[in-house]
Structure formats: C-alpha cells, structure tokens
Ligand binder design. Structure first.
Ligand code: C2O
Ligand code: CU
Ligand code: CU
Length: 517
C-alpha cells in the first residue's frame, strides 16, 4: 500500500526561493513564476514557422429536448509537436488540446468521459457551475477501462464515488457565457496528467453576448497557452518522482515549487504564426500552464491606442471594456481581449511577447497582418450587467493562508497549515449566503474556487487591480500578498474543492474541501 502522500523536502533552488519568501516578501522579485525551468534535451525549432491550429469542435453524439450528449475518450496517442519528433501524449480524443465543446447557456451538456489511459482519471469542468457529483472531486476516480495493473488507488475516502471505464458528467450550464476549460483533476496527479495533454476548451454562449457586435467567426480565436520541456526521445519531460505515474505523487525537489518548460505552445503548437486581416480580433486567452505566469504584450505596440481592450474575464463579460498595455496571467486564468490589427500597416508582423520570460519563453506567438478587410465589429461601451457584491452583504469572513510548511516531519504546500485531506472540511458555507474569503500567500499562488465565481474586493488592503475586474474563479496572489474575494454560494449542495492552480502545489497538498450546506 502506498503512503497517503509523499511530502517533499523542499531543497535546492526551490528551497532558496522559499527561504527568501519566508524572510520577507520584499526580497522576492514580483515579476516571476514560482518554479524551476526544465530545459529541453532536443534542439528547439525556430519560432513563428508553424501555423496556429484551432482545436476541433466536438459534435454532440445526440441532441434532444434540452440536453446535448458528448463522448470523450481519454487515450494515449502520438503527436508531432516539434517538427520531426514524435511526442507521446495523453489526449482527450487522442489530441492535445482536446476537442472544444460549444454549449449554450441553460442547455445541459452530458459528457461521457471514457478512460482508456493506463491510470485513473477525474474530469473537471473549470469555471462550470456544476453539481458536486459531476464536478470532479479529486477522489471520484474513473478507473481505466482496460483494467489497472496497479490494482489499488491508495486513498481512503469513504465518500468517493469510483467508476470503472467511464462516467457521465452532467453540466447544467445555467451560467453566463464564458470560456471554460476541462482538465484532469485526480488527487496528487493533476500536474503530470495535464502536462501530458489532458486539457481542452468548453465555450458557453448566450443571447446577451451574441447580440453584441464583437468579432466572431475566424476573428474570434481561442489561445490555450502552455509551456513544456521535451526529453531527448521527443516525449514531454516531467520530473515525476515515479516515471510510471501510478504510485508516488510529486516531482523531484528542484521542481517542487512548479514545473516550467522552455517551449511555449499555443493550442499545442510551438510559437505559432497566424495570419490576420487588419481588423479587430477577439483573443480568448487561457493560461493552461502548470506553473508559468506570463505578462503578454504586443511587439511592436500599436502606434496609437492600447494594445489590448479587455472585454471578459474567467466568468464572462465585464460590465465595460478595460484598456491594458499588457495582460498578466497565471495558471487557469482567462482573459478575453480585443486586439485591433487595423492599427497596423498591412505586412506588419506583431509578436505576442511574454515580458516575464527569458530566452525562448519571452515569445509566445506571432500575428502577420496579411490584408485589409472590412471592419464589421465594434466594442460597445456597455458589455453586460455585473452585480457588484458589497462588503456589507457578507455574513462571514474566512481566512486561509497559502504557504509551504511542515506537516508532521515533511514539508509541503499547505492551506491553513494543512495538506489536502478528503476527511477535513475547511468551510461550510450556507447556500444563498454571501461570504468574504481572505487569502494570504507566501509565494505566487493562483487560488481557484470550484462552484462559485467571485469578485475581488481588495488586494493588499488596496483597491483591486484593473485585471481583477468582473467575475473571476481564479485570483493570482503575489508573494506576501493578501487578497479578499467576495462570493455567493448557490444552487448545489455538497462538497467541492478550492486550491492553488499551480499544479505542482495542488498535487503536493495545496487544496482543501468546502461543503455547501
Ligand atoms: Cu482548473 Cu480545480 O481546477
Ligand atoms: Cu475548477
Ligand atoms: Cu501555489
């Protein structure tokens, strides 16, 4: 029987970063990611050679009354990601990113997730307002259809609902139009599973958004950004303690603060190039990286006007557009932005750069402004209604610290001094109540709540930043920072999790259960 969890002695590079953070947040550069860079053992291709790929949209298996049924099989496959190299992946439908699901608000999507991988899976729809039995609680495993040689799953959770081969997840999707994503969420193994490819997009649309004159069709582009490192044989390199990924969770000590790759992939393509007309485009950016943060900017910047006009966030449209020169994004955040390529002369090559990167990771992709075309979009001054939640509405304030520390004789990533324990409920919010949750961090921690979107109320005792606007489900904490979020828990009673979305932190304990009552 394996141990419940291996905690890591955080030594080496990561340990130094942690020591610095414990000595005082002012010692840490704020403009970084928690983690260590893993270098590829293969030559990296020249950037901006390969065309951007848009993930395929999945057709429903059946459509009836008010539900669409989908079938997605997670399986092993091979992809040519770096030219001439074959990379084994774990893909939904055998592709990375997985196929995109397009849903309409209020129309239920029932997704049958089949598991043909050699390890258990758990599917979670990130940003979905989903009943607990379909939310992908980390021990609600789908065991491999073709059997699991390993035989036991090493967890002791009497409430877990374990199925073999497949599971139907029901998503009511009674929620605002937004870019959601689905990914693996198995306890202790989310990092390696997502790294091997288990992530895809799920777009929810509604009439309100459709009525706006935003760029659409091929002028609406999803950008799922990840970083990876490649081993000499072309495989994704992930510094697991256990290469079989079946027994021992965690990564080697150097990477305990997060695994950062040296290749930036957009929709699974290294540093792609994409031709655009000289018009507005809607870029729907998801940072699906395990641990890397990016500060996205345009090079050259447009000759006049802002680089980005943000129209939406994790939870859909903002009340009104917000201009930004750059967009800082942490794991799991979504930023829905308009870029007006009409500000550039035809022929301009506009590079999406990452100001937090160095060398190969300082670049993300390139747009080539290829031709003039009629402009058919506009950015309305009023986008949507966002009901502001007010401090006075809150019936309780809860405090949670996100830090590394000792639990027993091991170090790990802890919430309120505890590692993830399925038997411990950290909060029991009542349905209908408004609550303030106050988070304090030692390092960079992007904190994510399942079930409930929230609004950022304060950051470091000051006003939230412009990028904190709207409905969020993930908030990026800076080292040493405190953030208050306010939310209302609604509709579904049961247990859910909240956690750091740095996948390595999550796997090494930085997750907790809350139960709506
Ligand atoms: Cu994107 Cu709990 O997950
Ligand atoms: Cu989630
Ligand atoms: Cu974290």
């Amino acid at each position: 029987m394996m141990g419940r969890r291996r905690f890591l002695g955080l030594t080496g590079g990561a340990g130094l970063v942690l020591a610095a953070s414990l000595a005082g947040p002012q010692l840490l550069p704020r403009r970084t990611s928690a983690g260590a860079v893993l270098r590829s053992a293969v030559p990296l291709p020249a950037p901006f050679q390969l065309p951007l790929v848009i993930p395929p949209v999945l057709a429903p298996a059946t459509r009836d009354g008010d539900a669409d049924r989908y079938e997605i099989t997670a399986r092993e496959a091979t992809a040519e990601i770096l030219p001439g190299l074959r990379t084994p992946i774990w893909g939904y439908e055998g592709v990375f990113p997985g196929p995109t699901i397009e849903s309409r608000r209020g129309r239920t999507a029932i997704v049958r997730h089949r598991n043909e991988l050699p390890v258990p899976t758990v599917a979670h729809l990130h940003g979905g307002h989903t009943p607990p039995e379909s939310d992908g609680y980390p021990t609600d495993l789908v065991l491999p259809a073709r059997g699991w040689a390993h035989g036991h799953h090493g967890m002791h959770d009497p409430q877990a609902v374990i199925t073999t081969g497949a599971r139907d997840y029901t998503y009511p999707l009674d929620q605002r139009a937004a870019l959601l994503w689905y990914h693996d969420h198995r306890m202790d193994f989310t990092g390696p599973a997502v790294y091997r490819g288990l992530a895809g997009l799920h777009v929810v649309r509604d009439d309100e958004e459709d009525a706006l004159p935003l760029p659409r069709g091929d002028r609406e582009i999803p950008l799922l950004i990840t970083d990876r490192a490649f081993a000499a044989d072309g495989s994704f390199d992930y510094p697991s303690l256990d290469p079989t990924l079946t027994t021992t969770p965690g990564v080697t000590d150097t990477y305990a603060a997060g695994v950062l790759g040296d290749v930036v992939l957009v929709n699974g393509v290294p540093w792609p190039v994409h031709e655009v007309s000289a018009t507005r485009h809607r870029l729907r950016v998801l940072n699906a990286s395990n641990a890397r943060r990016y500060e996205l900017a345009l090079d050259p910047p447009p000759p006049d006007g802002p680089a980005f006009v943000q129209i939406g966030s994790d939870g859909g449209l903002l009340r009104s557009p917000i201009a930004h020169e750059s967009i800082t994004t942490a794991s799991a955040e979504r930023h829905d932005v308009i870029v007006d390529f009409g500000r550039y002369p035809v022929g301009t090559e506009v590079t999406l750069v990452n100001r937090l990167g160095t060398g190969p990771t300082a670049q993300v992709m390139r747009f080539r402004v290829a031709r003039r075309a009629p402009e058919d979009s506009a950015i309305p001054a009023r986008l949507s209604e966002v009901e502001p939640l007010r401090r006075e509405q809150a019936v309780v304030t809860r405090d949670f610290s996100f830090r590394s520390g000792h639990h027993g004789d091991r170090r790990g990533w802890l919430i309120g001094g505890r590692p993830f324990d399925t038997g411990y409920v950290a909060a029991r919010p009542r349905l209908g109540d408004v609550e303030i949750w106050r988070f304090v961090a030692d390092l960079h921690h992007p904190i994510h709540l399942h079930l409930a979107n929230f609004q950022v109320l304060s950051r470091g005792n000051r006003e939230p930043r412009p990028l904190d606007a709207g409905w969020k489900d993930t908030v990026d904490l800076e080292p040493g920072e405190a953030v208050e979020v306010i939310t209302r828990f609604e509709n579904y009673r049961g247990r859910f999790v909240f956690h750091c979305h740095n996948a390595e932190h999550e796997d090494m304990g930085m997750m907790a259960t809350f139960e709506t009552v």
